[in-house]
Design a protein around this ligand. Structure first.
Ligand code: KG4
Ligand code: ZN
Length: 346
């Protein structure tokens, strides 16, 4: 097959990203994978501020593209196609990406394809490990939490997911409650290593329901109550209190994710896949406790556990270029009518 070089763009949340992939039909190389984070711009606000994010994407996207091309030692004329996140996400950022992609496509005359950000995450294990359909994907990040049965490039079945907060969001809120920094996940994990996971009996929400749905806002509220109880009783928090709260919170989170993954795996394994795979994506997959628990659950069910390298697990444009490539191989093309979509379920 002919060599194909794809430029990917991602700007749906708080990372401005551009990447170049090249494939010869059998293997694929990531020639560049540039991620310009804007987390420090949002640091004082306790969350991503959509207007600030949109402006930062508009300012930095072209620089990300330039850096991605330079790192790949290519110029724009050597790109065969452009893939762009067209949703779901913060609309200002998605629009900035879609508009740049349209401009690049119009200027070069090269084909363009819009990609669902979640499909980008969900197809990443095929980029990194070349696995076949169907596989089970758990997407756990600051914005998402769902189980997807991936049967094809455009064939996803949602088996369940969070009905309120995403796990990363809960980690971030717990960090905030305890006066740790942001993003909270890695800081809570570090505290948890020094703590007693059994000191606080925190809830494991929705485990009484047989489905794959999850809820984490009650868990966060329980952490708030545990903190306030200690503050009222002793006038503040000791370092050990903080560590114990983090350990107890992480244990509850791990238990819920592991148990719901067991159920999702059962649904998947009932279909007797040839080479069963449980794959994870999203920033929370970096958590060692959660990762280890998911790995055990996968192995117990006879499925291979697969976690792509962190740089491809968190938001990036290589996954968008890859998903675009997969879609284009199926004949997908978009034109200047491509719309940016704030909501876009798989
Ligand atoms: O996938 P990601 O980079 O961005 C999106 O949310 O789309 O995920 C970021 C989230 C943050 O909420 C962060 O706190 C969380 O992933 N996270 C972690 C860890 N590292 C990052 N959560 C728990 N443990 C970690 N080690
Ligand atoms: Zn994402």
């Amino acid at each position: 097959a002919a060599t194909l070089t794809v430029l990917g763009l991602e700007s749906s949340c708080d990372d401005t990203a551009a990447a170049v992939l090249r494939t010869d039909g059998s293997s694929v190389d990531i020639l560049s994978n540039i991620v310009l984070g804007q987390q420090e711009l949002h640091a004082g606000f306790g969350g991503v501020v959509p207007e600030i994010a949109a402006r930062a994407h508009a300012e930095k996207l072209d620089l990300a593209v330039e850096a991605a091309l330079k790192h790949a030692a290519l110029d724009l004329s050597q790109i065969d196609a452009i893939a762009v996140t067209a949703g779901p996400g913060l609309i200002g950022g998605v629009m900035a990406g879609v508009m740049l992609a349209k401009g690049l496509a119009a200027a070069t005359g090269k084909p363009m394809v819009g990609v669902n950000h979640l499909a980008g995450h969900a197809l990443t294990p095929r980029l990194t490990d070349g696995i076949a359909f169907p596989y089970l994907m758990l997407l756990v990040s600051g914005g998402h939490c769902q189980f997807l049965l991936v049967d094809g490039v455009d064939d996803f079945t949602r088996l369940g997911g969070t009905i309120d907060d995403a796990p990363g969001e809960a980690f971030d809120k717990v960090a905030k409650l305890l006066g740790l920094g942001q993003p909270g996940g890695p800081l809570v994990e570090a505290e948890a290593r020094m703590g007693d996971p059994e000191r606080f009996a925190l809830p494991r929400p929705l485990l009484d329901r047989p489905d794959c749905d999850m809820s984490f806002s009650g868990l966060k509220t329980a952490v708030l109550r545990a903190r306030d109880g200690l503050v009222a009783a002793q006038g503040g928090l000791y370092a050990q209190d903080r560590a114990d709260i983090c350990a107890s919170f992480q244990a509850a989170m791990t238990d819920v994710l592991a148990e719901k993954t067991r159920r999702a795996l059962k649904l998947y394994m009932d279909r007797a896949p040839q080479a069963p795979v449980l794959a994870v994506a999203g920033g929370v997959a970096a958590n060692q406790s959660i990762r280890a628990a998911l790995e055990r659950v996968g192995q117990a069910a006879g499925a291979r556990f697969l976690a792509p390298p962190l740089k491809l697990c968190t938001d990036n444009a290589a996954m968008i270029a890859w998903a675009g490539l997969e879609r284009m191989r199926m004949g997908a093309r978009d034109d200047l009518t491509l719309a940016a979509r704030p909501r876009w379920p798989l």
